[in-house]
Structures are given as structure tokens and as C-alpha cells.
Design a protein around this ligand. Structure first.
Ligand SMILES: C[C@](O)(CO)[C@H](O)COP(=O)(O)OP(=O)(O)OC[C@H]1O[C@@H](n2ccc(N)nc2=O)[C@H](O)[C@@H]1O
Ligand SMILES: Nc1ncnc2c1ncn2[C@@H]1O[C@H](COP(=O)(O)OP(=O)(O)OP(=O)(O)O)[C@@H](O)[C@H]1O
Length: 352
């Protein structure tokens, strides 16, 4: 149901900052009839951000100018670079058409689709369909979250686009309503709106907040290429089948919940678990060395982030983060490193 809002000064541009995620526990149950897997998925939002700016401007037929913008706001140390172009996606939303254009900026902009396959474009179109009236928007995405890195970058952009367009178009939908729309776009989208630390059940879209008694510091080792979540889940099924494994129903890990509540990095490091990790390592062997280098250089916890190939290392001090990041780069086991902390809130409007 659309709830309209009255406004005297029309908004012409809204910027939303949205975090990446790491999965602290990713327990994967049996494959369901719809192809998805039931999960116990403990999401943790970290301070590595994309930004999406939604602007009420006419779509042009010409590609947008290639930009020289700096990187999106990030706590990380990835080098800056930029590129961008635009394409339009148009879809019928009920009886009303919506026009969406998109440009992407950042050092991995070239890896992001610029058509109706872009998850932020899909999100804007889904929201316009809900509003049921003709709407238009240009989405400018500043990417810092690695593409196809297992940190839910596309989902983050979809969540940011939902929040930004909801505000730009004055739709007045609640966060819960946006999360419902987001769940139709991808399993990770609702969490990018929810933020903090939360357990996701079902395919990861049913969220419950988890209390956290402190801040955790992370070093992420970004890889050269990407991995497809669908392929990694498929490989996980294949490995389990080959091993004749009886797949158990996933359960919440009490040691992990206690470590989070106590803000205890060492206990959390010992409890980190990712059932997709063997599959990600099978599809991307060099990650074995990356994880080993992290463990040898002071990480109190190490795992593949979600479907990978980003590796996540938990550290217990700021100095530990700096040392580990430089050791990983010196060892040549990653493309670059990013340091971040968590938990942080989900997609938020940046005040004008
Ligand atoms: C690996 C994670 O990132 C962990 O948070 C997510 O489970 C993946 O979330 P996502 O990329 O948003 O995934 P979706 O776009 O919903 O689904 C992509 C594909 O991943 C697989 N998939 C995803 C979620 C899930 N619970 N079971 C699955 O098997 C399915 O093959 C699906 O076709
Ligand atoms: N806005 C977007 N940003 C990045 N990738 C996008 C976007 N929209 C669509 N994609 C496509 O989605 C694919 C997966 O990208 P994404 O960065 O979301 O992966 P991921 O972080 O591994 O996802 P997850 O952790 O949710 O499984 C990319 O290869 C790209 O083709």
C-alpha cells in the first residue's frame, strides 16, 4: 500500500550511504525445491560503504560523461579510480511507466551492469511499480564495496536505491515495506536496510537483531576476480553429495551469540563459521594461502566472506589491523586490503 506524503519544498536529490556485510555464521541447510537453501545467516554490517544518489533529472539518450570522482566514502585503503556511463531501464509498473538511468563510479565500475540487470535499477523499478504512477530517476552509484566479492555490494545498492527513491518520490513507505520489496530482489537486500548484526533465517531475508556488546575490527583481503553466489551454492551441494553428507537443519550457534553480546573478539574469532567456505576454496584455490597468511599475521578469526572471494580477518586492536593489512599486501595474497569496523547501521540518508 502506498502512503503519499505532502511536502512544500520538493526534493530533487537524495544520497544514501549503505554498508557492506560479512557473514559471521553462514550455516547452510538442505537445498529447497525452489533452488534456495534455508540458512542460519548471521549478518554483520561493516564500515565499507557504497553511496547511491537519486536525482530527479530527465534521462538522456547519450551516455553520461566519464567522471573523475574520488571513491565512495570508505574506511578502507583501496586506491581511487573512476569510470562511469549510463543506460536506461524502463518498465511498466502496474499501468504506469518508470524511467531509470544509472551511472557507476569507482575503481571497479567497469564490472557493474549499466542496464536493467543493475540491482539498483531493479529496485527503483520495483518501487515505482508499487507507487503505480509514472516516475523517473537517475541513480549515481559510487562503489567501494567489491563487486561479486561476497560482501553484498549489489544488494547494498538496491537497498540504497529503495531508500533514496522512497524519499525523492515522497512515497512514505516504512523500512519494513522497503524490506519486503527488497526481499523480492535478492536474499541479502533486506539486511542492507536492517543493518547492525542480525540473524537471517529462511533464505536469509527473515531478520532478527542480535545484541552486540562492543565494536569489532576487521581487515578484508579483496581478490582479483569475483565469484557468483549461485555457483558457490551449487558447488557446496556438489561437494556434500560427493561426500554422501547428510545435511542437518541449520542452528544458531550459542558461543557466537555470547561472544557478540560480550564484545569478545577472540571468542568471536573462534566461533566464525561459513559452510560455503569449502566450495569457495574449491572454486578459487589461492584463497587457501590468503586465509593462512591472515592467521599467521595476527588475525584472531579468519574466513571467506559469504560466497567469497573476499577473505575477512577479525583483529583485536587497531595496531593489529594495520599490521595485518600490510602483511597481507606484502605477501601478495590479495589485490588490496580494506580495514573496517562493525556493526554499523543499514542504509541511511546522508543529510544534504
Ligand atoms: C551468500 C550470501 O551472500 C550470504 O549472505 C547470500 O546467501 C546470497 O545472497 P544473494 O546474492 O542476495 O542471493 P540471491 O540473489 O537471492 O540468490 C542468488 C542465488 O544464490 C543461491 N542461494 C541464495 C540464497 C539462499 N539462501 N540459498 C541459495 O541457494 C541460489 O542459487 C540463488 O539463485
Ligand atoms: N549495483 C551493482 N553492484 C555490483 N554488482 C551488481 C550490481 N547490480 C548488479 N550486479 C551484478 O551482480 C553480480 C554480483 O555482484 P555483488 O557485488 O552483489 O556480489 P556479491 O557481493 O558477491 O553478492 P552477495 O554477497 O550478496 O552474494 C555482479 O557480478 C554484477 O554482475
Amino acid at each position: 500500500m502506498w502512503h503519499g506524503t505532502l511536502r512544500s519544498d520538493p526534493v530533487t536529490s537524495v544520497t544514501v550511504r549503505v554498508p557492506a556485510k560479512v557473514n559471521l555464521q553462514l550455516s547452510v541447510g538442505p537445498r529447497r525445491d525452489d533452488g534456495y537453501h534455508d540458512l542460519v545467516n548471521v549478518f554483520h554490517a561493516v564500515s565499507l560503504f557504497d553511496e547511491v544518489t537519486a536525482t530527479d533529472e530527465p534521462a538522456t539518450d547519450e551516455p553520461a560523461a566519464t567522471g573523475t570522482d574520488g571513491p565512495a566514502a570508505t574506511a578502507g585503503d583501496a586506491p581511487a579510480a573512476a569510470s562511469g556511463t549510463a543506460a536506461s531501464g524502463t518498465a511498466a509498473g502496474g499501468s504506469a511507466a518508470c524511467e531509470v538511468t544509472v551511472s557507476v563510479h569507482g575503481d571497479s565500475a567497469g564490472l557493474v551492469p549499466l542496464d536493467g540487470e543493475n540491482l539498483a535499477v531493479k529496485a527503483a523499478l520495483a518501487l515505482a511499480a508499487r507507487a503505480g504512477r509514472p516516475l523517473r530517476v537517475h541513480l549515481a552509484i559510487r562503489k567501494a564495496i567489491p563487486v561479486a566479492g561476497g560482501m553484498a555490494g549489489g544488494s547494498a545498492d538496491a537497498a540504497a536505491a529503495l531508500v533514496a527513491c522512497n524519499e525523492l518520490w515522497g512515497l512514505g513507505l516504512s523500512r519494513e515495506e522497503l524490506m519486503d520489496i527488497g526481499a523480492g530482489l535478492g536474499s541479502d537486500v533486506p539486511f542492507a536496510l536492517f543493518g547492525g548484526t542480525a540473524v537471517g533465517t529462511g533464505r536469509g531475508e527473515k531478520l532478527t537483531s542480535i545484541p552486540v556488546g562492543g565494536e569489532f575490527r576487521w581487515v578484508f583481503a579483496l581478490a582479483e576476480g569475483g565469484l557468483s553466489a549461485a555457483k558457490v551454492y551449487g558447488e557446496c551441494d556438489r561437494l556434500r553429495e560427493a561426500a554422501g553428507e547428510q545435511v542437518a537443519w541449520p542452528r544458531a550457534d550459542e558461543a557466537l551469540t555470547a561472544a557478540l553480546a560480550g564484545g569478545d573478539a577472540r571468542a568471536l574469532g573462534a566461533a566464525l563459521v561459513n559452510d560455503l567456505q569449502p566450495a569457495a576454496l574449491m572454486l578459487c584455490h589461492p584463497l587457501v594461502r590468503t586465509l593462512a597468511a591472515g592467521r599467521e599475521n595476527g588475525a584472531v578469526g579468519a574466513l571467506v566472506s559469504g560466497s567469497g572471494p573476499t577473505c575477512a580477518f577479525l583483529v583485536d586492536s587497531e595496531a593489529g589491523a594495520v599490521n595485518l593489512a600490510s602483511a597481507l599486501r606484502a605477501a601478495g595474497v590479495c589485490r588490496t586490503t580494506v580495514t573496517a569496523h562493525g556493526p554499523v547501521p543499514g542504509a541511511m540518508i546522508v543529510p544534504a
